[in-house]
Write a protein of this length. Structure first.
Length: 231
């Protein structure tokens, strides 16, 4: 009953309250972000959501505050993450304030407060059928993987935590994850993988570790692009 009904009701009520209470902070960050990023302070990105009746993931646009500029080199290509991530962006990431606009995704029903964290479409195509079972529920703003290492655990371990979560969705478990997330945010732990500015994509992780061939990697990347074009 909780997982199928009350969870969504609580998500809607709590996210609406949070949006109203935090609206002054959202306004300030929007203004500051416009100056810091020299333009649009918001960032939207397609992410796979809950599967529909046909078993296909619904692609939605995740809303966040922008943490990297759109600076490009002389050839018009985006500069490396480390060069586009300024001090303001690092502050947003370390405090998780970049996630605040995602409250709108929860209100819309794209996200839950707690659930498997929505990954990129180009990550999804590399998942096994078993790993993609994580999409049988709404993705979450935070989840079991986020309070157990977040970006400092392997991709495979993240998915194991996701599957563990969906096998036992209860109010008590969600409450524990929410409180654990609060303390993680306060301590600013596991925001990015040690030694990096941003985490490595799942496909890149598999290629680096020799779990996929270059041919399969390129094929999957093409598949992801085709899915994005179909949105």
């Amino acid at each position: 009953m909780y997982a199928n009904f009350f969870k969504r009701v609580l998500d809607l009520i709590l996210s609406l309250l949070a949006f109203i209470i935090l609206s002054p902070a959202l306004l300030v960050l929007s203004v500051v972000g416009t100056a810091a990023m020299k333009g649009n302070p918001f960032f939207t990105q397609p992410r796979p959501g809950k599967t529909d009746k046909a078993g296909k993931e619904k692609i939605f646009k995740l809303i966040k505050f922008r943490t990297m500029s759109n600076a490009k080199d002389k050839d018009g290509k985006l500069l490396p993450d480390a060069e586009r991530l300024n001090s303001y962006g690092r502050f947003l990431r370390s405090t998780s304030l970049d996630e605040l606009p995602s409250l709108l995704n929860i209100i819309k029903g794209d996200l839950a407060i707690v659930g498997p964290r929505p990954q990129l479409v180009r990550d999804m195509v590399f998942m096994t059928d078993e790993q993609r079972k994580r999409h049988s529920v709404r993705p979450g703003l935070t989840g079991l993987a986020q309070v157990n290492g977040r970006n400092n655990i392997t991709w495979e371990r993240k998915f194991e935590y996701d599957l563990e979560y969906i096998s036992n969705i209860t109010f008590i478990n969600d409450l524990k994850i929410i409180f654990s997330t609060f303390f993680k945010v306060v301590k600013r732990e596991d925001v990015v993988r040690e030694g990096t500015e941003s985490d490595m994509d799942f496909g890149d992780w598999l290629l680096l570790n020799g779990n996929v061939s270059r041919e399969d990697y390129d094929m999957k990347q093409t598949q992801a692009l085709e899915l994005l074009r179909g949105i």
